[in-house]
Ligand binder design. Structure first.
Ligand code: HEC
Length: 271
Protein backbone atom coordinates (compact mmCIF):
# COMPACT_ATOMS: atom_id res chain seq x y z
CA UNK A 1 0.00 0.00 0.00
CA UNK A 2 2.73 2.39 1.01
CA UNK A 3 4.51 1.61 -2.23
CA UNK A 4 1.36 2.30 -4.23
CA UNK A 5 0.87 5.66 -2.54
CA UNK A 6 4.46 6.65 -3.23
CA UNK A 7 4.06 5.62 -6.84
CA UNK A 8 0.86 7.62 -7.19
CA UNK A 9 2.45 10.58 -5.44
CA UNK A 10 5.45 10.54 -7.73
CA UNK A 11 3.14 10.22 -10.72
CA UNK A 12 1.20 13.18 -9.42
CA UNK A 13 4.40 15.12 -9.18
CA UNK A 14 5.30 14.21 -12.73
CA UNK A 15 1.89 15.30 -13.98
CA UNK A 16 2.31 18.54 -12.03
CA UNK A 17 5.65 19.28 -13.66
CA UNK A 18 4.42 18.22 -17.08
CA UNK A 19 1.75 20.92 -16.92
CA UNK A 20 4.23 23.32 -18.57
CA UNK A 21 2.68 23.08 -21.98
CA UNK A 22 4.47 25.40 -24.35
CA UNK A 23 2.13 24.81 -27.27
CA UNK A 24 -0.97 25.73 -25.31
CA UNK A 25 0.73 28.72 -23.64
CA UNK A 26 1.77 29.94 -27.08
CA UNK A 27 -1.71 29.45 -28.46
CA UNK A 28 -3.11 31.67 -25.69
CA UNK A 29 -0.35 34.18 -26.34
CA UNK A 30 -1.06 34.36 -30.08
CA UNK A 31 -4.83 34.50 -29.57
CA UNK A 32 -4.41 37.43 -27.23
CA UNK A 33 -2.49 39.40 -29.88
CA UNK A 34 -5.01 38.42 -32.52
CA UNK A 35 -7.70 39.96 -30.39
CA UNK A 36 -5.89 43.25 -29.71
CA UNK A 37 -4.03 43.58 -33.04
CA UNK A 38 -6.33 41.87 -35.54
CA UNK A 39 -4.54 43.29 -38.59
CA UNK A 40 -1.09 41.95 -37.80
CA UNK A 41 -0.14 38.73 -39.58
CA UNK A 42 1.69 36.11 -37.51
CA UNK A 43 4.87 36.29 -39.65
CA UNK A 44 5.04 40.07 -39.24
CA UNK A 45 5.65 39.84 -35.47
CA UNK A 46 9.36 39.51 -36.29
CA UNK A 47 9.24 43.26 -36.94
CA UNK A 48 8.36 44.29 -33.41
CA UNK A 49 6.91 47.75 -33.12
CA UNK A 50 7.09 48.16 -36.93
CA UNK A 51 4.39 45.53 -37.27
CA UNK A 52 1.95 47.75 -35.42
CA UNK A 53 2.83 51.30 -36.44
CA UNK A 54 2.91 52.33 -40.08
CA UNK A 55 4.73 55.65 -39.48
CA UNK A 56 7.75 54.03 -37.88
CA UNK A 57 7.52 51.14 -40.36
CA UNK A 58 8.22 53.54 -43.22
CA UNK A 59 11.39 54.77 -41.49
CA UNK A 60 12.42 51.18 -40.77
CA UNK A 61 12.07 50.19 -44.41
CA UNK A 62 14.06 53.19 -45.53
CA UNK A 63 16.88 52.18 -43.21
CA UNK A 64 16.81 48.60 -44.48
CA UNK A 65 16.81 49.81 -48.08
CA UNK A 66 20.06 51.68 -47.49
CA UNK A 67 23.12 50.29 -45.74
CA UNK A 68 21.84 49.40 -42.28
CA UNK A 69 23.99 50.93 -39.54
CA UNK A 70 24.92 47.52 -38.13
CA UNK A 71 26.29 46.05 -41.35
CA UNK A 72 29.94 46.80 -40.63
CA UNK A 73 29.66 45.41 -37.10
CA UNK A 74 28.16 42.14 -38.33
CA UNK A 75 30.95 41.78 -40.91
CA UNK A 76 33.46 42.35 -38.13
CA UNK A 77 31.68 39.64 -36.11
CA UNK A 78 32.22 37.20 -39.00
CA UNK A 79 35.97 37.87 -38.93
CA UNK A 80 36.10 37.61 -35.14
CA UNK A 81 34.29 34.26 -35.22
CA UNK A 82 37.13 32.81 -37.32
CA UNK A 83 39.99 34.80 -35.81
CA UNK A 84 39.23 33.54 -32.30
CA UNK A 85 38.63 29.98 -33.45
CA UNK A 86 34.95 29.79 -32.51
CA UNK A 87 34.44 27.44 -35.46
CA UNK A 88 36.50 24.90 -33.49
CA UNK A 89 33.92 24.46 -30.74
CA UNK A 90 31.31 21.79 -31.37
CA UNK A 91 28.59 24.10 -30.07
CA UNK A 92 29.31 26.79 -32.68
CA UNK A 93 30.97 25.09 -35.62
CA UNK A 94 27.74 25.20 -37.63
CA UNK A 95 26.58 28.76 -36.94
CA UNK A 96 23.07 28.43 -38.38
CA UNK A 97 22.49 25.31 -36.33
CA UNK A 98 23.88 27.04 -33.25
CA UNK A 99 21.34 29.87 -33.52
CA UNK A 100 18.43 27.47 -33.95
CA UNK A 101 19.58 25.13 -31.19
CA UNK A 102 19.92 27.80 -28.48
CA UNK A 103 18.55 28.41 -25.95
CA UNK A 104 18.28 24.81 -24.83
CA UNK A 105 18.11 23.03 -21.50
CA UNK A 106 21.28 21.16 -20.66
CA UNK A 107 20.49 18.02 -18.67
CA UNK A 108 24.01 17.63 -17.29
CA UNK A 109 24.10 21.03 -15.61
CA UNK A 110 20.30 21.45 -15.30
CA UNK A 111 20.70 24.94 -16.75
CA UNK A 112 19.48 26.82 -19.78
CA UNK A 113 22.33 27.41 -22.24
CA UNK A 114 21.90 30.55 -24.35
CA UNK A 115 23.78 31.38 -27.53
CA UNK A 116 25.77 34.08 -25.74
CA UNK A 117 26.72 31.75 -22.89
CA UNK A 118 27.98 29.24 -25.48
CA UNK A 119 29.93 31.97 -27.30
CA UNK A 120 31.56 33.15 -24.10
CA UNK A 121 32.51 29.63 -23.07
CA UNK A 122 34.02 28.83 -26.45
CA UNK A 123 35.86 32.16 -26.61
CA UNK A 124 37.37 31.49 -23.21
CA UNK A 125 38.44 27.98 -24.24
CA UNK A 126 40.06 29.24 -27.42
CA UNK A 127 41.72 32.42 -26.19
CA UNK A 128 41.97 32.08 -22.42
CA UNK A 129 40.28 35.46 -22.21
CA UNK A 130 36.95 36.68 -20.87
CA UNK A 131 34.18 38.27 -22.87
CA UNK A 132 31.45 40.67 -21.77
CA UNK A 133 27.82 39.68 -22.24
CA UNK A 134 26.02 42.80 -23.39
CA UNK A 135 27.77 44.60 -26.22
CA UNK A 136 30.84 44.80 -28.38
CA UNK A 137 32.50 41.60 -29.50
CA UNK A 138 29.95 39.13 -28.13
CA UNK A 139 27.07 41.03 -29.71
CA UNK A 140 28.82 41.26 -33.09
CA UNK A 141 29.69 37.57 -33.13
CA UNK A 142 26.23 36.56 -31.97
CA UNK A 143 24.63 38.77 -34.66
CA UNK A 144 26.74 37.20 -37.38
CA UNK A 145 25.95 33.69 -36.14
CA UNK A 146 22.25 34.58 -36.07
CA UNK A 147 22.41 35.99 -39.60
CA UNK A 148 23.45 32.54 -40.82
CA UNK A 149 20.09 31.20 -39.62
CA UNK A 150 17.99 33.97 -41.19
CA UNK A 151 14.80 32.50 -42.62
CA UNK A 152 14.88 29.47 -40.32
CA UNK A 153 12.32 29.24 -37.57
CA UNK A 154 12.67 29.57 -33.84
CA UNK A 155 12.12 26.15 -32.34
CA UNK A 156 12.76 26.03 -28.62
CA UNK A 157 12.21 22.58 -27.16
CA UNK A 158 10.93 22.21 -23.63
CA UNK A 159 10.77 18.51 -22.96
CA UNK A 160 12.31 17.14 -19.77
CA UNK A 161 11.06 17.84 -16.26
CA UNK A 162 14.10 20.07 -15.68
CA UNK A 163 13.43 22.03 -18.87
CA UNK A 164 9.81 22.50 -17.90
CA UNK A 165 10.77 23.78 -14.47
CA UNK A 166 13.18 26.32 -16.03
CA UNK A 167 10.51 27.39 -18.53
CA UNK A 168 7.98 27.86 -15.71
CA UNK A 169 10.45 30.02 -13.80
CA UNK A 170 10.98 32.16 -16.89
CA UNK A 171 7.26 32.47 -17.41
CA UNK A 172 6.69 33.46 -13.77
CA UNK A 173 9.42 36.10 -14.11
CA UNK A 174 7.75 37.51 -17.24
CA UNK A 175 4.37 37.91 -15.54
CA UNK A 176 5.64 38.99 -12.10
CA UNK A 177 5.25 42.59 -10.96
CA UNK A 178 8.50 44.21 -9.92
CA UNK A 179 10.21 47.51 -9.25
CA UNK A 180 8.90 50.82 -8.00
CA UNK A 181 6.31 50.93 -10.76
CA UNK A 182 5.02 47.50 -9.75
CA UNK A 183 4.79 46.39 -13.36
CA UNK A 184 5.47 43.18 -15.20
CA UNK A 185 6.98 42.60 -18.64
CA UNK A 186 3.52 41.47 -19.69
CA UNK A 187 1.91 44.73 -18.54
CA UNK A 188 3.73 46.56 -21.34
CA UNK A 189 4.46 43.92 -23.96
CA UNK A 190 1.29 41.78 -23.70
CA UNK A 191 -1.65 43.73 -22.29
CA UNK A 192 -0.64 47.13 -23.68
CA UNK A 193 1.18 46.10 -26.86
CA UNK A 194 0.52 48.57 -29.66
CA UNK A 195 -0.25 51.40 -27.23
CA UNK A 196 1.88 54.44 -26.69
CA UNK A 197 3.90 55.25 -23.56
CA UNK A 198 5.55 58.62 -23.77
CA UNK A 199 7.33 58.68 -27.14
CA UNK A 200 7.30 54.90 -27.60
CA UNK A 201 4.84 52.43 -28.99
CA UNK A 202 4.99 49.16 -27.08
CA UNK A 203 6.01 46.13 -29.11
CA UNK A 204 4.33 42.76 -28.69
CA UNK A 205 6.47 40.17 -26.87
CA UNK A 206 5.57 37.72 -29.62
CA UNK A 207 8.53 37.94 -32.01
CA UNK A 208 10.78 39.78 -29.54
CA UNK A 209 13.62 37.29 -29.94
CA UNK A 210 13.67 36.89 -33.73
CA UNK A 211 16.11 39.72 -34.50
CA UNK A 212 18.50 39.46 -31.57
CA UNK A 213 21.07 40.76 -30.91
CA UNK A 214 19.46 44.03 -32.00
CA UNK A 215 20.98 47.27 -33.19
CA UNK A 216 19.50 50.27 -31.43
CA UNK A 217 19.82 53.84 -32.60
CA UNK A 218 19.77 54.85 -28.93
CA UNK A 219 22.82 52.68 -28.24
CA UNK A 220 24.38 53.41 -31.66
CA UNK A 221 25.55 49.80 -31.50
CA UNK A 222 24.43 46.20 -31.36
CA UNK A 223 23.42 44.82 -27.98
CA UNK A 224 22.33 41.42 -26.79
CA UNK A 225 18.87 40.44 -25.66
CA UNK A 226 20.06 40.50 -22.06
CA UNK A 227 21.31 44.06 -22.49
CA UNK A 228 17.78 44.97 -23.53
CA UNK A 229 16.37 43.05 -20.54
CA UNK A 230 18.54 45.25 -18.34
CA UNK A 231 17.17 48.38 -20.00
CA UNK A 232 13.58 47.30 -19.50
CA UNK A 233 14.20 46.41 -15.86
CA UNK A 234 15.46 49.98 -15.45
CA UNK A 235 12.29 51.21 -17.21
CA UNK A 236 10.36 49.34 -14.54
CA UNK A 237 12.48 51.05 -11.83
CA UNK A 238 13.71 47.66 -10.82
CA UNK A 239 17.35 46.84 -10.17
CA UNK A 240 18.55 45.19 -13.39
CA UNK A 241 19.80 41.64 -12.99
CA UNK A 242 23.14 40.84 -14.53
CA UNK A 243 23.14 39.54 -18.10
CA UNK A 244 23.12 35.74 -18.29
CA UNK A 245 22.21 35.11 -14.66
CA UNK A 246 20.06 32.03 -14.24
CA UNK A 247 16.85 34.05 -13.87
CA UNK A 248 17.44 35.86 -17.18
CA UNK A 249 18.43 32.66 -19.00
CA UNK A 250 15.16 31.13 -17.82
CA UNK A 251 13.32 34.26 -18.93
CA UNK A 252 14.93 33.95 -22.36
CA UNK A 253 13.94 30.28 -22.53
CA UNK A 254 10.27 31.18 -22.03
CA UNK A 255 10.47 34.34 -24.16
CA UNK A 256 12.05 32.56 -27.14
CA UNK A 257 9.65 29.62 -26.85
CA UNK A 258 6.73 32.02 -27.22
CA UNK A 259 8.14 32.93 -30.67
CA UNK A 260 8.39 29.33 -31.86
CA UNK A 261 7.51 29.11 -35.55
CA UNK A 262 8.53 32.69 -36.35
CA UNK A 263 11.43 33.30 -38.70
CA UNK A 264 14.81 34.41 -37.44
CA UNK A 265 15.66 37.64 -39.21
CA UNK A 266 18.81 39.61 -40.00
CA UNK A 267 16.82 42.89 -39.97
CA UNK A 268 17.98 43.87 -36.52
CA UNK A 269 17.36 47.62 -36.51
CA UNK A 270 15.34 49.22 -33.71
CA UNK A 271 14.96 52.78 -32.55
C1 HEC B 1 6.89 50.35 -18.77
C2 HEC B 1 6.76 49.53 -19.95
C3 HEC B 1 7.75 48.39 -20.14
C4 HEC B 1 7.95 47.31 -19.33
C5 HEC B 1 7.25 47.01 -18.01
C6 HEC B 1 8.90 46.46 -20.01
N1 HEC B 1 9.28 47.05 -21.18
FE1 HEC B 1 10.38 46.15 -22.65
N2 HEC B 1 10.23 47.85 -23.78
C7 HEC B 1 9.54 48.98 -23.43
C8 HEC B 1 9.69 49.98 -24.47
C9 HEC B 1 9.09 51.38 -24.46
C10 HEC B 1 10.51 49.40 -25.47
C11 HEC B 1 10.94 50.05 -26.80
C12 HEC B 1 9.79 49.98 -27.79
C13 HEC B 1 9.42 48.57 -28.07
O1 HEC B 1 10.07 47.90 -28.88
O2 HEC B 1 8.49 48.05 -27.39
C14 HEC B 1 10.78 48.05 -25.01
C15 HEC B 1 11.52 47.14 -25.74
C16 HEC B 1 11.73 45.82 -25.36
C17 HEC B 1 12.41 44.84 -26.17
C18 HEC B 1 12.98 45.06 -27.55
C19 HEC B 1 11.92 44.80 -28.60
C20 HEC B 1 12.47 44.79 -29.99
O3 HEC B 1 11.67 44.62 -30.92
O4 HEC B 1 13.68 44.90 -30.17
C21 HEC B 1 12.44 43.68 -25.44
C22 HEC B 1 13.03 42.36 -25.87
C23 HEC B 1 11.79 43.95 -24.17
N3 HEC B 1 11.37 45.25 -24.16
C24 HEC B 1 11.62 43.03 -23.17
C25 HEC B 1 11.07 43.32 -21.93
C26 HEC B 1 11.05 42.38 -20.82
C27 HEC B 1 11.57 40.97 -20.85
C28 HEC B 1 10.45 43.03 -19.78
C29 HEC B 1 10.30 42.53 -18.36
C30 HEC B 1 11.55 42.28 -17.64
C31 HEC B 1 10.06 44.34 -20.25
N4 HEC B 1 10.48 44.48 -21.54
C32 HEC B 1 9.36 45.27 -19.52
C33 HEC B 1 8.77 49.15 -22.32
C34 HEC B 1 8.62 48.23 -21.29
Amino acid sequence: MKKLITTVASLGLLVGVASADVASDQKDFINHYKSILPNVEFADYTNGVYAVDQGSRDQFEEILDGIPPYEGAVEKGAKEYLKFGLNKCTSLKDPAEARVKHPYFDEATQQVVTLESAIKKCYQQQTGKKLGYKKGRIARISAWISDQAAGQKINVKVESAGAKAAYEKGKTFFYAKRGQLNMSCADCHVYNAGKKVRADILSPALGHTTHVPMYRAKWASIGTLHRRYGGCMKNMRSKPLKAQTEALRNLEFFHQAMSNGLEITADRYRK
